[in-house]
Each structure stands twice: as structure tokens, then as C-alpha cells.
Design a protein around this ligand. Structure first.
Ligand code: DON
Length: 304
């Protein structure tokens, strides 16, 4: 398969698309990103790396961090302890919605909506001595790059405007589904979202999900059985109320973030990441979705 020609073709096609997406503004610091940025990186199991555009430039991973948080949690916790606190059903609602919690005893539908990720942050604080350091160490281990860090400005900017996440925490606390100090949980969650990685680094990190939980150096981060389940949750819940559309159009497990990044995998084959900041109304990168749809169409392969 001539992947480089395919990526070049995707980039050329996207250049002529009328991008109606809008860069996220509710985290003010994200507003300053150049909306024209576009990068894509494909990391194939046995056939090397392929890339186009700004694939080496770091951006705010935002909700893509939720996949790493779930991985860290499942590597520490028993399933039953975990799923008592968070379900694994698609929500069909926006990523920051409060609605279902009220009727479902404060137990979030899945680990990838904000409510679920906040419960995961709470669980990690309960189980780790140094949650922030351990989280970053996981990312350093799976990328082999110790320079990856969080962006202080993005972190401070989201902290000032986190009323909705604070509401989610308060609501879940009222159902006794948050056990640590609310400020500490919020702070840890925002820290994870503010981590910056490039498409290349994210694709390298996501190779563990394409490779049954092992890094490229053969270190097992998470068991094959748990990797299967993380991938299933990415498939069904990775794009919130657009998870069906992503499955239908792209056909790969993946996860998006409001920084404009999307990471996806083809089990056993490759990890692919794309970055384009303008988001569609569901909060997913408009061109990112299109780029991945073109990838699975032009290669002729998805998981379906
Ligand atoms: O909590 C938030 O709203 C952001 N830090 C992350 C949201 C996000 O990335 C949703 N993804 N598409």
C-alpha cells in the first residue's frame, strides 16, 4: 500500500474543502491557535511512518487524554471496582452534558464523557501517590519522549472557565460518586487535558492500542484483554453524540479532543492521528473526521 501517496492525496483534497468548523473558544487560550494548521501521521506496524503537514507540532490533546487516563486506571484497578463507578454505554449526548447523571444516580455513562473522566481522575487520585507525575510517566513510557509536558497557559485558562466540569463534580458528589476533594479532582483532570503532543507522538502512543497493549519496545502497559475493551469503548463512545457517525464514516476506534486532534487505530495494523483545530458543532475536528474517512476509503480497509 502506498500510504504516502494516500496521505498526500488527502491533504490536497482537504485544502479545497470549505471548512465550516470553529476553533474552540470556551477555553480562551485555545482560541489563539492558527485554524489553518493541519497535520497527519500514520504509524504502521511493519511498514514505517508516513506524514503530511504540521505533524511534528505539539497541540493540546484535551479529551484524547481520557484514553490514557482509562488505561492507567484499568492497569491498576479491578474491573468490578471500576465499573461500579462508571458505565461503558454510549451517551448520545454532548461531552459535557449533565442530563443523564441526574437520572442515573450520578454514575457516568462512559469514561470518555467529561463526567466519566472526572470519576477516573478521582479514582486515580485514590490509587496513586503522585497522580500527575504517574500520568506523565505513562505518556513518556509509551512515546519514548520525556520532553512531553502540559501547557501552563492552557491549564490556567481552562481552570478559570471550568464551571461546567465543577457542576458535574458537584452533582456526582451529591450521589457519593466522587471521594476526593473536588478542587483536587478538577485540577488533575484539567492538567491531563492541557498536555501537548504532536501527531507523531500521539500516533506512537496509540500504537499500544493497535498492538494488544504493548509498546513498540515490547513493554506490556495493559493486557490484551483490557486493550480490547478500551478499543471497544473508543469505538462506541470516542466521539460522544457523533460516535455513530464516526463509526459509519471512518470505521476505526478513535478519540477526539477540542484541541482539534483525533487519534485512531486499526488493530494489528496502524495508529493514525490528525490535527486540524476548527471543530464541528459536536466538538470534533471537522477536517480530522474527513481526513480519516478518506484514509479508510482510499486504503479500502477499516475494521468493518
Ligand atoms: O473538559 C473539557 O471541556 C475539555 N478540557 C476537554 C473536552 C474535549 O476535549 C471534548 N472533546 N472533543
Amino acid at each position: 500500500m502506498d500510504y504516502q501517496t494516500i496521505l498526500n492525496k488527502i491533504q490536497t483534497t482537504l485544502l479545497s474543502v470549505n471548512n465550516t468548523g470553529k476553533v474552540a473558544t470556551y477555553i480562551p487560550e485555545l482560541e489563539s491557535i492558527d485554524p489553518k494548521k493541519f497535520g497527519m501521521h500514520l504509524y504502521c506496524n511493519n511498514a514505517g511512518h508516513y506524514s503530511v503537514g504540521d505533524h511534528q507540532e505539539r497541540f493540546s490533546i484535551q479529551s484524547i487524554s481520557k484514553v490514557f487516563a482509562l488505561t492507567l486506571t484499568l492497569s491498576k484497578l479491578d474491573y468490578n471496582d471500576f465499573f461500579k463507578r462508571v458505565d461503558f454505554e454510549p451517551s448520545g449526548d454532548p461531552f459535557n452534558s449533565l442530563v443523564q447523571l441526574e437520572h442515573e444516580n450520578g454514575r457516568p455513562r462512559n469514561p470518555f464523557i467529561n463526567a466519566g473522566a472526572l470519576v477516573i481522575s478521582d479514582l486515580l487520585i485514590s490509587h496513586l501517590d503522585k497522580p500527575k507525575e504517574d500520568f506523565l510517566t505513562l505518556i513518556h513510557t509509551i512515546t519514548g519522549d520525556k520532553t512531553i509536558n502540559f501547557n501552563k497557559k492552557v491549564y490556567a485558562s481552562e481552570k478559570k472557565w471550568s464551571y461546567r466540569n465543577a457542576s458535574l463534580l458537584n452533582l456526582m458528589k451529591s450521589f457519593d460518586n466522587i471521594h476526593n476533594d473536588l478542587e483536587e479532582v478538577l485540577d488533575f483532570y484539567i492538567y491531563q487535558c492541557a498536555i501537548e503532543m504532536s501527531c507523531k507522538e500521539l500516533a506512537t502512543a496509540f500504537m499500544i492500542y493497535a498492538n494488544r497493549g504493548k509498546t513498540l519496545d515490547n513493554i506490556e502497559i495493559i493486557s490484551p484483554e483490557k486493550t480490547k475493551r478500551i478499543n471497544a469503548i473508543m469505538q462506541t463512545c470516542g466521539f460522544y453524540d457523533e460516535a455513530g457517525e464516526f463509526s459509519f464514516k471512518v470505521g476505526l476506534p478513535g478519540k477526539s479532543g477540542v484541541g482539534g486532534g483525533i487519534a485512531a487505530i486499526h488493530p494489528g495494523q496502524y495508529a493514525v492521528t490528525v490535527w486540524s483545530p476548527p471543530l464541528n458543532p459536536k466538538g470534533n475536528s471537522e477536517l480530522g473526521m474527513l481526513a480519516l474517512e478518506k484514509l479508510t476509503t482510499l486504503t479500502g480497509y477499516s475494521i468493518f
